[in-house]
Write a protein that binds this ligand. Sequence first.
Ligand code: KG4
Ligand code: ZN
Length: 343
Amino acid sequence: MIILGIETSCDETAAALVDDQRRVLAQRLLSQHAEHRPYGGVVPEIAARAHLDHLDGLIAGTLADAGVTLADVDGIAATGGPGLIGGVIVGVMTAKALSVATGKPFLAVNHLEAHALTARLSDAVAFPYLLLLVSGGHCQLLIVRGVGDYRRLGTTIDDAAGECLDKAAKMMGLGHPGGPALERAAVGGDPARFALPRPLRGRPGCDLSFSGLKTAVRQVLDRLPPGPLSARDRADLAASVQQAVTDVLVERGARAMALFVEETAGGAEAPAPALVVAGGVAANGTLRAALDVLCADRGFRFVAPPLALCTDNAAMVAWAGLERLRLGRTESLDFRPRPRWPL
Ligand code: KG4
Ligand code: ZN
């Protein structure tokens, strides 16, 4: 079984072919970072037009790279939401058109589900597993019980972790996208130099919060000399922000682990539970290292997909489409792109 996946929900235009042996046969991805950089964030109209300009060529190139044609493909999957609606429409309409032209089933994939199931493509993780989904738009802890079967343990009550990193980076003049820029700036910095809050620490439940952290960064910047940051201040503040976000995710993740064990308690022979990270922020090295330590401490297997599968990509969309097709969960051509689509 071979599935073509299409991703256009944010600022990455991507196509990929994945098969049921968990192989990524080919993938092509075009980032629009340069187009959005002058605006310090993603501009929806620019994104939608760029997807329209490039998607056809990326799909043709991906098929050529894999040496297959649409006749060899068993289904066509596109991100159907949530995301910037102009871009989602471009991907969905393209997939529907290919579906009509070839007679192959159309699969509408929830972008969050695609992130959630990636670890089954990269690491063949079995259900159920605990998922920390941390991206620019979403920040959640979930039990993934099966395809389309999720139990949300906690979610952010304000900003997503990636949004917080992006905004902090923007205030610090580090550019867009902020997360990777902040990680680079933090190298050699002192993560204890600035005392930043750890919102909701010690509170019951698994909800998360990051807006207080963002405000605290603003206050630190207001106390520092005006003008561009010195190299020392930049590195120390970047490291402090990165550490604060990491600490919040680790503390909330630890609570979710306890809940997961309670809810899924298997017999003595049950395999070690797994914590999977997904979403763009999961590309962060400091966060990965801290989660690795947490998992070792709690007897969890830590599963972190390769970086290219953590940030937005089409292989994860193709894989989620494949999992859906195997269960017969195709979508009719009446499907309407969904700007909001909770898991
Ligand atoms: O999953 P993703 O590619 O797009 C969304 O669905 O949101 O996630 C993008 C987010 C952005 O906030 C970006 O700054 C963050 O992931 N990000 C990182 C890193 N790479 C991407 N944050 C921290 N460290 C990174 N290395
Ligand atoms: Zn994403």
